[in-house]
Design a protein around this ligand. Structure first.
Ligand code: UDP
Length: 366
């Protein structure tokens, strides 16, 4: 065998595995079907600005080990994600906090006022055991916030009615009775200075990498080259969709360079009404506080994934999770092949969870 390990996919999961296995002295080949490393956290310089080509990525974690680990590969800045939501001609701070509540309701001044108001709002639609995202959202923040800041955004993002979506998706969002616009509750947060691509480059330092190389074009040939394979592509595609395709959401970006210094004053603005077809507008320079005369913005459009598109989000509802379990069982029957990452494990992982999952897999390699 030419290699101890073939790692399919040069994204974060693959790069963590490659870096660790390299330290163990293993001979590794990393391949990626794209023409660049870093998977969906790939950043590219345009006009001196690091552009998040596949959507905004903000590193955040409460896991000190993970934070210390990732800091070995990049210096992180002090960026704190504080998105703004635009609903028609109104602007609100996210996540849902005292800034949001006091702007929505002009007679709310204190946390007690806000709690009282939300309790009243909840009466319209409260359910004992919420079964879907709509019920969960109304139980959490009441009808007005649901209608203005959740419903349109969520239905655009997932392409389904909130009554058909699992409740867990909305649990990602904090609700706070303080004037704190930090989108995350995590202890550590930031953006790698110089971009994510540079960070992954450092992780892959000294590892053989082949780009524009799709394992599935030549599966048997690749399998014969390595003792073990770590596969981070979509698990259903690996098995030729034999049980039928898993559902994913895909995202399309319209990126423009503008001849002005500051377009929207914030890295992320969410468009929460159905009036605009896009879900978010990203102004990349604000992630790294880049000072330059131009700016780069991306409008983010969400769409149903079909064969040939890039999968971004697994749709972790009951039906798809059950289908994934069948693929997972099939994966476990294969000798010497391991599936990892958002696509290989069909999980809506954040970056810190990807790192934890990669270490977990490395521990269990037989
Ligand atoms: N969400 C929303 N309004 C917003 C932002 C988020 O209703 O302005 C909901 C939506 O259902 C979304 C979920 O919260 O799917 C999680 O959002 P998050 O920003 O964590 O998603 P990601 O950044 O991973 O796309």
């Amino acid at each position: 065998m030419k290699y101890d390990y073939l790692i399919v996919g040069a994204g974060l999961f693959g790069a963590v595995c490659a870096n660790e296995l390299k330290k163990q002295g293993k001979k590794i080949l990393v391949i990626d079907k794209r023409g660049h490393i870093a998977g969906n956290i790939y950043t590219e310089q345009i006009e001196g600005i690091n552009v998040h080509e596949y959507g905004a990525h903000i590193f955040h974690t409460s896991n000190k080990d993970v934070w210390q680990y990732i800091n070995k590969f990049a210096e992180f800045n002090n960026y704190i994600n504080s998105p703004v939501a635009r609903y028609k001609n109104e602007l609100y701070n996210l996540p849902f906090n005292m800034n949001t509540f006091t702007k929505l309701w002009r007679d709310v001044f204190t946390p007690d006022d806000a709690k009282k108001r939300i309790e009243e709002e909840k009466k319209d639609g409260f359910t004992e055991t919420p079964k879907n995202l709509e019920e969960q959202a109304i139980n959490l923040v009441g009808r007005t916030i649901y209608e203005k800041l959740i419903k349109g955004y969520t239905e655009k993002q997932w392409g389904k009615s909130c009554t058909e979506l699992p409740a867990f998706i909305i649990k990602r969002l904090p609700v706070r009775f303080t004037f704190n616009n930090n989108y995350f509750n995590d202890r550590y947060q930031g953006i790698p200075i110089g971009g994510y691509t540079k960070m992954i480059e450092k992780m892959l330092d000294g590892v053989e990498v082949k780009l524009n190389c799709n394992m599935l074009d030549n599966k048997e040939e690749f399998l014969s080259q390595a003792e073990k394979v770590i596969y981070t592509g979509p698990i259903d595609e690996y098995f030729d969709f034999c049980y039928g395709p898993l559902e994913y959401r895909s995202v399309r970006f319209e990126t423009e360079v503008l001849d002005k210094e500051n377009y929207q004053g914030n890295a992320v603005v969410n468009y929460t009404s159905r009036d605009e077809p896009y879900t978010r507008m990203i102004e990349h320079k604000h992630f790294e506080f880049t000072e330059c005369p131009k700016t780069v913005i991306s409008k983010e459009y969400s769409s149903t994934w079909k064969k040939g598109d890039e999968p971004y989000y697994p749709v972790n509802d009951e039906k798809n999770n059950a289908l994934y379990e069948k693929y997972k069982a099939l994966g476990e029957q294969q000798k010497n092949i391991y599936f990892g990452g958002r696509l290989g494990q069909y999980k809506y992982y954040d970056m810190d969870k990807v790192i934890v999952a990669a270490f977990e897999m490395l521990k269990n390699l037989k």
